[in-house]
Design a binder for this molecule. Structure first.
Ligand code: HEM
Length: 291
């Protein structure tokens, strides 16, 4: 079996693209280790709470990054980007496994309690299903598995990654807390899934369609937040929605709907940039006027 390091391409040559992407997704783990070492999370029993939360947030964010590779390469017309997808997906699995180990620490390694919680709380049931799915996808991500399963069988199995990611996002939304990251991650997942529908109709790189999708995802995140805060905390829907337009709410952080808007706008700008670059390169050279 040939081992390919995260910074190597298929021919085991050094790849700047893969090395750069790997360094980027490793940053949260480095920051995490630093915060843990410097005691920023507090003493261990308290630290586990924050660590469970942030390891979960990064596992989900990196999972969504893997889903963002296809839109990015379609919009930028940069097929080489596909090389980083598998590496990002496997890293998301590593973050998820770390998240689970930290969770075991949070529950003091009491497996009686852990099994009971994982089998009775809906949020945990979907998390377990999603994790099993991620492990299966990770285990079959090697070239040897692709050869053994055949390209079609492998593709069919790996198409389940949308359901697996959906279950992970459902776990995030149903988790006990109510945090902005839940609605931001759900809004971005909405964008990534609806983008696949647009792509089926040949609109995957259409800047206007992407703008409409970004606006819809922003509204989706705002409504999800308002609905969840109403259902769980009893906050008025109009009050939560209004907070999206209040400067005072910036003291707590940028509202999730605006974060989704910013993420979507990156793709819109890329599509506009790509279109104008293409138009300029298609334009005939101005004829030289001889003197
Ligand atoms: C067996 C698998 C898993 C277990 C046991 C687990 C456990 C937990 C626990 C205990 C929390 C704290 C919040 C709560 O008590 O509801 C949590 C939060 C979180 N988990 Fe997981 N998790 C698992 C899988 C995953 C997966 C696959 C992802 C995403 C890839 C994920 C992402 C998150 C996120 C983002 C949070 C923070 C959400 C919040 O607390 O509001 N988890 N998880």
């Amino acid at each position: 079996m040939r081992l390919i390091w995260p910074w190597q391409d298929r021919n085991r040559r050094f790849s700047w693209l893969k090395a750069g992407a790997f360094a980027l997704i490793l940053l949260p783990a480095i920051r995490f280790a630093y915060q843990f070492a410097t005691g920023e999370y507090g003493i261990l029993p308290i630290a586990y709470g924050g660590m469970t939360y942030w390891s979960g947030v990064w596992a989900t964010a990196i999972l969504l990054m893997a889903l963002a590779v296809t839109p990015a390469l379609t919009i930028l017309r940069w097929p080489a980007l596909v090389d980083v997808r598998r590496m990002i997906g496997v890293t998301a699995l590593a973050y998820t496994l770390a998240h689970i180990v930290i969770y075991f620490g949070l529950r003091s390694w009491n497996f009686g309690f852990i099994v009971n919680e994982m089998a009775t709380r809906l949020s945990m049931i979907v998390a377990t299903l999603s994790t099993i799915g991620l492990i299966v996808l990770g285990a079959t991500s090697l070239d040897a598995a692709i050869r053994r399963m055949g390209a079609k069988g492998w593709q069919r199995l790996h198409n389940t990654n949308y359901v697996i990611s959906g279950l992970a996002v459902l776990h995030v939304v149903l988790a006990r807390g109510t945090y902005p990251e839940q609605y931001m991650l759900a809004g971005i997942f909405f964008w990534l899934m609806v983008w696949r529908m647009l792509a089926r109709y040949g609109l995957g790189a259409d800047a206007k369609a992407l703008m409409a999708l970004t606006a819809a995802s922003c509204v989706f995140a705002a409504c999800l937040e308002a609905g969840m805060l109403w259902g769980r905390r009893g906050y008025e829907v109009s009050w939560t929605l209004g907070n999206n337009f209040s400067l005072a709410s910036l003291d707590v952080g940028v509202p999730p709907a605006w974060q989704v808007l910013a993420a979507g706008l990156l793709f819109v700008l890329a599509a506009f940039g790509r279109d104008s670059f293409r138009i300029r390169s298609l334009r005939p050279e101005p004829r030289r006027i001889g003197l």
